[in-house]
Design a protein around this ligand. Structure first.
Ligand SMILES: *Cc1c(COP(=O)(O)O)cnc(C)c1O
Length: 380
């Protein structure tokens, strides 16, 4: 038997292989920005915006310095402010709710579906009030939310839709890229995302020229012309260096997503039907991009312990649903308010997945989950 104590750790994510392979392209991209010293709002930014809009099959892209800024400015541009409510998923990263709060509006959470972990679209309608302005479906883990249902509800109630596509670059729903369904979509280029910068980054994509113009103003101190400020804005611009790096990486995104899908297929094949383990599954007629590969387990402590013993990194997305975070206690939402999200927070485990993940590492992950499943079964 292998000596586990000296065996190399299986990392949750390893970006170094990807960066080594693109070393020249990335260095040239950085050099080109230095050459003309246009570090802020330069041609590299415009170039990336055009490329990413084209990739998402939408008219406009406004690049920003984070995914959180993208959600925030999209909501501001949609006119969200104090007294308004915005509907989103309780089972998401907190940034989705923070963006709502920073507009002075209130988040209204909707519970998840147990088998997809995504927003339960059948529960959106009951969260709508006369104050509701926007619905933010989250394409969680890189799996599209049920956009047909979201759009239908939004149209019936005259609400706007902002897709949180921060985990879903390139995902496809009913034959179309996510990010092209709503009035706008927010992306994050945080390093670990499917398309990641060398630091923070984000973007809003939209087919609405007015929204794009408003967000462009808001990201740069409300200014079109230097020292003339039409509205009170922010400094939420994406650095040109980051834009140039993203342009160098974008041509590989589809290939990287394909590799993620192959790993997810391998995991699905090996882990479906195991005792005490259920892979979170995507809805039908869509192509997820597996930002994360998540399983639900009957005994999470045991699974985490087994992975640790076999030197495999793991994650939990997310251990506390947003409504139970200390930051949102003022909403007075107690345990039991969103039972499915709460159940997920206690049972999910994210397994290592990234495009260049070695097959041997994938096999070690499977072996650990098989072993954990056997242990769960023997103890039941
Ligand atoms: C990463 C992420 C964000 C925020 O993006 P940042 O670039 O880190 O600000 C928002 N929503 C979801 C679902 C995310 O995963």
């Amino acid at each position: 038997m292998a000596d586990l104590s000296t065996e190399k750790m299986v990392p949750f994510l390893d970006l170094s292989l990807q960066h080594d392979a693109l070393k020249d392209e990335i260095e040239n991209a950085i050099q080109s920005v230095f050459k003309d010293s246009s570090f802020v709002l330069g041609p590299a930014l415009k170039k990336f915006e055009e490329e990413f809009a084209q990739y998402c099959k939408v008219e406009h892209c406004v690049a920003l310095n984070s995914g959180t800024a993208a959600l925030h400015l999209a909501l501001l541009a949609m006119g969200v402010g104090p007294g308004d409510e915005v509907i989103t998923a309780a089972n998401s990263f907190i940034a989705t709710a923070e963006a709502i709060s920073f507009c002075g509006a209130e988040p209204r959470f909707v519970d998840a579906l147990l088998d997809t972990a995504n927003i339960n679209t059948d529960m959106i309608e009951q969260a709508i009030t006369h104050k509701t302005k926007v619905i933010i479906p989250v394409h969680l883990y890189g799996q599209p939310a049920e956009m047909d249902k979201v759009l239908k509800i939004a149209a019936a109630h005259k609400l706007m839709v902002l897709e949180d596509a921060c985990q879903a670059h390139g995902a496809v729903f009913h034959g179309m890229r996510v990010g092209s369904f709503g009035h706008a979509a927010a992306y994050s280029f945080y390093p670990g995302k499917n398309l990641g910068a060398a630091g923070d980054g984000g973007a809003v994509v939209t087919n609405d020229a007015e929204l794009a113009a408003k967000i462009t103003l808001l990201r740069n101190h409300g200014s079109e012309q230097k020292y003339h400020h039409d509205i009170i804005g922010h400094n939420f611009r994406l650095d040109s260096v980051q834009a140039a790096i993203l342009s160098a990486k974008l041509p590989y995104l589809d290939l990287w997503n394909k590799k993620r899908r192959e790993i997810a297929r391998f995991y699905n094949e090996k882990l479906t039907g195991l005792y005490g383990v259920s892979p979170v599954r995507a809805i039908v007629d869509c192509e997820p991009v597996h930002h994360l590969y998540v399983i639900r387990t009957a005994d999470r402590d045991l699974v985490l312990q087994q992975m640790k013993e076999m030197r495999i990194a793991s994650g939990i997305h997310y251990p506390i649903p947003i409504h139970l975070q200390p930051a949102y206690q003022y909403l007075d939402l107690k345990e039991g308010a969103f039972p499915v999200s709460e159940e997920l927070s206690k049972s999910v485990v994210s397994l290592p997945i990234y495009p260049d993940m070695p097959k041997a590492d994938q096999e070690r992950v499977v072996a650990a989950i098989l072993k954990a499943s056997e242990l769960m079964k023997s103890r039941s």
